[in-house]
Design a protein around this ligand. Structure first.
Ligand code: NAD
Ligand code: UFG
Length: 337
């Protein structure tokens, strides 16, 4: 396949690029580098001996996207590009709607012009809002999202559904990710957010590395076994593999699908801290802090649709997730010394 990854130098995109290249596919990346570095391309090449073709472009640049798609005979787009910080989306909603929603519409128009009719879209379990029942199946009602970031995902899913209704040859697979963590086993690529991390795993990794003092556990009075929030953490390499299978599926099945990518198993914040302590062999300091606004108590996936349609299921467990995240953190430290 000749595949374009928008946002392909980012966390999930770079891991997917590796799996696609290793599978013999031709990978093209378009990224404006607003949340990633061009050096990721060197890391990808070091891992798999092949380098994606790179375009430093914004997905909102329709003319550029049109020529990237047409000139390179792109058969499908995996659309990772987007802004993803929940708190920032509340402070800057228009930036989020412009980048994520308007950017996707512009990209879809460029795809239409270039005759490319397959998209795998990075959606999120956030579209389910507060779960009415667990595990979450794809037919669980969507909505009730508490922030503009989550609403961009909902709106884009609907846009894709409308497009598939209008163009019977268009395929759109919305992959609803649960909580992606971990890194490639080489430690050359992983998740390295700028500033203080919002997400639990990179925060815990920096505490383990001595770069931050302690983890703030946001609430221990949720109706969960130990009172802390429960999430379905999924290894980014399992997630990456899911995209390759989704691409193969999309090229054979026109129409719209939403598919959960999760393990089906939830872990609490305290269980994550304990697992990371085991991976790094150190105590991780934490304190109980107030609940974070907008957080839900628990969510985890029913991943059976992914197994049925894609033949995909998560293979890597929490131990591998924490060990690979710790390995990546140590590689970062080595580089900065
Ligand atoms: P990331 O920030 O590491 O990667 C996104 C990439 O998109 C970055 O490299 C960024 O520079 C690029 N980008 C942003 N806006 C762009 C634009 N207008 N034009 C071109 N490039 C642009 O994030 P990630 O964790 O790899 O997430 C990838 C996708 O998955 C995002 O759409 C995100 O919303 C979604 N998602 C992520 C998570 C998660 O926890 N990481 C969970 C659910 C969904
Ligand atoms: N948490 C802490 N301390 C921290 C950070 C997080 O206790 O410093 C807790 C949260 O309260 C939550 C759990 O750890 O219970 C996970 O929080 P994350 O911020 O890592 O992840 P979320 O589940 O809040 O959200 C993530 C992504 C969203 C995405 C969602 C579902 O950030 O973009 O998963 O895919 F939509």
């Amino acid at each position: 396949m000749r595949v374009l990854l928008t946002g392909g130098t980012g966390f999930i995109g770079s891991h997917t690029a590796v799996v696609l290249l290793e599978g013999g596919h031709d990978v093209f990346i378009c990224d404006n580098l607003c949340n990633s570095q061009v050096s990721t391309l060197d890391a990808i090449e070091a891992i798999c001996g092949r380098r994606p073709v790179f375009f430093e472009k914004d997905i909102r640049d329709k003319a550029a996207m049109r020529s990237i798609l047409a000139d390179n005979g792109i058969e499908a787009v995996v659309h990772f590009a987007g802004l993803k910080a929940v708190g920032e989306s509340c402070a800057k909603p228009l930036e989020y709607y412009d980048n994520n929603v308007a950017g996707t519409v512009s990209l879809l128009q460029a795809m239409q012009d270039a005759g490319c009719r397959s998209m795998i879209f990075s959606s999120s379990s956030t579209v389910y809002g507060t779960p009415q029942k667990l595990p979450l199946t794809e037919d669980h009602p969507v909505g009730g999202v508490t922030n503009p970031y989550g609403r961009t995902k909902l709106v884009i899913e609907s846009i894709l559904s409308d497009l598939c209704a209008a163009d019977k040859n268009f395929c759109a697979v919305c992959l609803r990710y649960f909580n992606p963590i971990g890194a490639h086993a080489s430690g050359l690529i992983g998740e390295n957010p700028n500033g203080i991390p919002n997400n639990l795993l990179p925060y815990v990794a920096r505490v383990a590395a001595g770069l931050l003092k302690e983890v703030n556990v946001f609430g221990n009075d949720y109706p969960t076994p130990d009172g802390t929030g429960v999430r379905d953490y999924i290894h980014v390499m399992d997630l990456a593999r899911g995209h390759v299978l989704a691409l193969e599926y999309a090229l054979k099945h026109p129409g719209w699908e939403a598919i959960n990518l999760g393990t089906g198993q939830g872990y609490s914040v305290l269980e994550i801290i304990a697992a990371f302590e085991k991976a790094c062999g150190k105590k991780i300091a934490y304190r109980i802090a107030p609940r974070r606004a907008g957080d839900i108590a628990a969510n985890w996936a029913d991943p059976s649709k992914a197994l049925k349609l894609l033949g995909w299921k998560a293979e890597l467990g929490l131990e591998e997730m924490c060990a690979s995240a710790w390995n990546f953190q140590q590689m970062l430290q080595k580089k900065s010394n």
